[in-house]
Write a protein that binds this ligand. Structure first.
Ligand code: MG
Length: 386
């Protein structure tokens, strides 16, 4: 679906006492990022025009630190209960009645664009939409003391998750009409009570709520599953010309000829740079370093590789492994392979066993066989946040 404009409220005002020691759960780290930041980043990445994060009074500094570097959010002080906090967030959001607003619990950090898109699509024919999971376990009712008093029919029962999507005017009106003294546990219940039609979208175990201390370990596992593995491949060739050495994979090898090119003509680094760029869909080396630009004349090709690696890091990704094959009759590559691997490992910040350099000839056939030039191909595996 195309881009849809929406606003969001993240409820991060809880004290999280059930989550054990270590402070409120929304500010604790999950894989190096505060829990609440995961949701804010996800909503902004999905296209949220504005996000209000409702926090407990006194949490302003910890929130500002948690969201450092992000734009498009503001804070609002929460109330004594979740519903009071949502109302405060809606007021701070300053939305038009027709605006789509998503209300999300900060304690559900693993929300993704696809969840949000499904909710907004469902809102086209409903007054509210929420992700929900069918109840799979048999449900028991038990008295204090753990004695079972009944088995509850689970047919038609669903576990409500967030974010939940509404039109801002409808949600605000529903909260206005909500009886004082009652505390709804989600926002859909409020619109429901007001006569709104609520629909379910596909829930996701990844939308789990961090409630108990052990939930952090589960979320950590699920967050790890979020990484997407990408593959990129590259190919390059350069012509031999007069000279006394060739650059290959960042290593200068003595030879009776040189490789001709705009930069240092390091076909190994060029193929590998294209593989990294390919893995993240960032075009090719010529897009980033046009041959027409004189500043790249004679430059060390390590600059190109480092740039591609930085683009991956900027997306929160990492290079998993790389594999380069050099294709030539001469110079002989084998004596230099370990130095090439070490240089590539150094440039990419990888352990040696994740860097491979191989070589082959073409049995005297073709342009490499006739020693007119040298070719290189490379593949790279990259992990990006899912
Ligand atoms: Mg090249």
């Amino acid at each position: 679906m195309g881009h849809v404009d929406f606003l969001a409220v993240i409820v991060a005002a809880g004290s999280g006492q059930r989550a054990g020691p270590g402070g409120a759960k929304q500010w604790r780290p999950l894989r190096g990022r505060p829990v609440a930041r995961w949701s804010l980043e996800a909503l902004l990445a999905a296209g949220a025009r504005r996000v209000v994060v409702v926090i407990a009074p006194g949490d302003e500094a910890v929130a500002a630190a948690a969201f450092a570097g992000l734009a498009g959010w503001r804070l609002a002080p929460g109330g004594a209960t979740r519903d009071r906090s949502v109302i405060a967030g809606l007021e701070a959001l300053d939305a038009a009645a027709d605006d789509i607003v998503l209300v999300h619990d900060a304690a559900r950090p693993l929300v993704e664009t696809r969840h949000i898109e499904a909710l907004i699509a469902a809102l086209a024919h409903a007054d509210g939409a929420l992700p929900a999971l069918a109840v799979a376990d048999t449900l028991k009712r038990a008295a204090p003391g753990a004695e079972v008093t009944a088995t509850v029919d689970r047919a038609g029962l669903w576990r409500a998750q967030t974010p939940q999507a509404f039109r801002a005017g409808r949600l605000a009106a529903a909260y206005d009409a909500w009886p004082a003294g009652e505390s709804p546990t989600d926002d859909a219940a409020v619109v429901e009570r007001y006569g709104g039609r609520i629909v379910l979208t596909a829930g996701d175990p990844r939308l789990m709520k961090l409630t108990y201390p052990e939930d952090f370990a589960m979320a950590d596992l699920l967050a790890g599953d979020a990484t997407a593995t990408r593959i990129g491949q590259g190919f390059d060739a350069h012509r031999f010309g007069p000279g006394d050495g060739v650059w290959l994979c960042g290593v200068l090898i003595a030879h009776d000829r040189a490789l001709i090119g705009h930069s240092d003509a390091d076909a190994g680094l060029h193929a590998l740079t294209d593989a990294l760029l390919g893995a993240i869909g960032e075009g090719d080396i010529g897009d980033h370093f046009p041959p027409s630009d004189p500043q790249w004349r004679g430059v060390a090709s390590s600059v190109f590789l480092t740039h591609a690696a930085e683009l991956i890091a900027a997306r929160g990704g990492r290079v998993v492994n790389v594999d380069v094959t050099l294709i030539c009759e001469r110079p002989k590559i084998k004596p230099h392979r370990q130095a090439m691997r070490a240089r590539l490992a150094e440039l990419l910040g990888l352990p040696l066993d994740r860097v491979s350099v191989k070589a082959t000839t073409t049995e005297a056939m073709g342009f490499t066989g006739r020693e007119e030039g040298l070719a290189a191909q490379a593949v790279a595996s990259v992990e990006l946040p899912g």
